[in-house]
Design a protein around this ligand. Structure first.
Ligand code: TEU
Length: 554
């Protein structure tokens, strides 16, 4: 067997900096806060942390609207603080991966301000358009009916330039024009700049909207058609996204970024750096990011199937099987699979799957082959916060109204991390927090879960440790199957005597399961992992493979 590169055996962890740890009492997480908690990550067994954006930003989309791609957001710290973070991480042998937001900048970016004024070199940095004149009313209208992700038109009129600009996200997030080679080169500079600062790669944000279709000979773009998915005419799902998402040029751009990373390593040496790709797209598109026979692409396009399939169909053993199949049966040979349970855009895993299933889901993603990505808080079973309309700050929520905002807002999954059961959950020494805390922080927090005999955190740590030490989990073959609507089994085996079996009961009543078909050796050598990795039901415990009894959600 060939030796694996660091990212192929990594335990990734997503940090949402604004909500991880505040070091200066302003109620907003920051870089020094992260640095102070690197030991915590190390203790968990995490090997690589991806930081959501830390760059200069007016914070309309909490850092995903970047006004200076080469500088740090002052409320998060300074470049010096960042260098300290990198240095400390290196000492602990933790890799730091940054968020790369290529699709758009902030409307306060110098590039956009120059483009508005048509300054030389910046004229076509963004997607500008005259719009069209309505023949009946004689009035000027946006070029197309395209909708933004955050509700409403994707076009905004600019008075100064007297043109519309495209924004697939908020009005304050103008889309960069990737058909302009200057933009392509500029964004490669961004990658090189942070590689030089010692980062180990990038999580690439929002790939589907990177390119739009090529306009026709008259410079006109086509309208999208009504999709039938919703009747809400402001919702992006109201229309198809044929012309504004998943264009072939996007795949090639990722291949080019890979070359930037590989070139950097060739020239400067050091470890490989990685590309993680955020794309909520069908498999035919997503899988191309990995690369093909002649070209390397992203190391890991995120696998969101355990989120999206369950969002649509609910949690059951057969739906879990479907989600896993969707990745493993479509993934090109020789690539590394990955498993994601949540992120800052999705309801928290413990709330979405049900609190009782968080351990089972954490086990699932760590027993399956490849790597998994933990969103901060999943290891302790954090749940969604309850955020009123008045406290809503996410642009997606704010662009709706008090009756429907809960459908759109992403604030609930972004509440401050719960370190202790004390004041403000130990997140800040200050008196306020930028978002209210989730209500359950007195019982769901790191301090308590570290001292409890049994906790989500202890199970998480045991899993990460098992994964690190187990050749079976690293190199073993994989078999998985829904035995019924409730019972899901994963078997990893290297040799007959090195088999690990995970059994999950997704149902609400106790079940007895016949595992004889999975237990090849029919001896105590089969390791059994169940929800309670505790004194009574330890991995390796003998059991009757023909009649294993499992409590509900065990
Ligand atoms: O999200 C991209 C994106 O496509 C999301 O809008 C996604 O469709 C949705 O959240 C699925 O539920 C990324 C970031 O993760 C997000 O936080 C940013 O707001 C967005 O890009 C714009 O940069």
């Amino acid at each position: 067997e060939t030796t694996k590169d660091w990212w192929q055996t990594a335990q990734f962890y997503q940090i949402y900096p604004r909500s991880f740890k505040d070091s200066d009492g302003d109620g907003i997480g920051d870089l020094n806060g992260i640095t102070s908690k690197l030991e915590y990550l190390k203790d968990l067994g995490v090997t690589a942390a991806w930081l959501s954006p830390i760059f200069k930003s007016p914070m309309v989309d909490f850092g995903y609207d970047i006004s200076d791609f080469f500088d740090i957001q002052p409320e998060y710290g300074t470049l010096e603080d960042f260098r300290t973070l990198i240095k400390k991480a290196k000492e602990l042998d933790l890799k730091i991966v940054l968020d790369f937001v290529p699709n758009h900048s902030s409307n306060e970016s110098e590039w956009f301000l120059k483009s508005v004024k048509r300054e030389k070199g910046y004229e076509d940095y963004y997607v500008w358009h005259d719009g069209k004149i309505n023949s009946t009313t004689g009035k000027r209208e946006p070029p197309t009916n395209w909708l933004q992700y955050f509700r409403g038109s994707a076009w905004e009129w600019n008075e100064v330039r007297q043109q519309y600009y495209l924004h697939q996200f908020a009005v304050q997030q103008p889309d960069l024009n990737y058909r302009n080679p200057l933009v392509v080169e500029q964004m490669k500079r961004v990658l090189r700049y942070w590689l030089n600062e010692g980062v180990s790669g990038f999580r690439c944000d929002a790939l589907p909207p990177l390119f739009e279709v090529v306009p026709d000979g008259d410079g006109q773009f086509p309208d999208e058609v009504v999709s039938g998915a919703t009747e809400d005419t402001e919702d992006r799902d109201y229309l198809t996204t044929t012309y504004i998402e998943n264009q072939p040029e996007t795949i090639d751009m990722v291949y080019q970024w890979r070359t930037v990373l590989d070139d950097h390593k060739r020239i400067f040496g050091g470890n490989s750096s990685v590309l993680l790709i955020e794309t909520y797209s069908p498999a035919w598109f997503t899988m191309q990011f990995y690369g093909n026979r002649s070209t390397e692409g992203a190391h890991l396009p995120f696998n969101f199937n355990l989120i999206t399939v369950m969002e649509q169909k609910g949690l059951s053993a057969s739906n879990v099987q479907e989600a896993i199949d969707l990745w493993l049966k479509n993934m090109p040979a020789g690539r590394t699979p990955n498993w994601v349970l949540g992120n800052h855009d999705k309801r928290r895993a413990a709330s979405r799957y049900g609190k009782e299933h968080i351990d089972g889901m954490n086990m699932l993603v760590m027993i399956l082959p490849g790597v998994s990505v933990t969103y901060q808080g999943e290891e302790i079973g954090m749940t969604d916060g309850e955020i009123s309309w008045e406290d809503t700050v996410d642009p997606w929520g704010c662009n709706s109204n008090p009756n429907i905002y809960e459908q759109y807002t992403r604030d609930p999954e972004r509440t401050p991390f719960q370190w202790t059961g004390g004041t403000n959950a130990g997140f800040t020494n200050g008196s306020t927090t930028w978002l209210p805390l989730a209500a359950d922080y007195a019982t769901i927090n790191v301090e308590k879960e570290l001292s409890d005999d049994h906790s989500h955190l202890k199970i998480y740590k045991a899993l990460v440790a098992l994964r690190k030490s187990s050749k079976t989990l690293q190199n073993g073959s994989t078999k998985y199957q829904a035995l019924s609507e409730d019972i899901f089994v994963v078997q990893r085996s290297l040799t007959k005597s090195a088999t690990i079996v995970l059994v999950i009961n997704f149902g609400s009543v106790a079940k007895t399961v016949d595992l004889s078909q999975f237990d090849k050796s029919r001896t105590q050598s089969v390791q059994l992992l169940i929800r309670s990795i505790d004194s009574t039901k330890k991995e390796g415990t003998r059991y009757d493979p023909k009649a294993l009894s499992l409590d509900p959600s065990e």
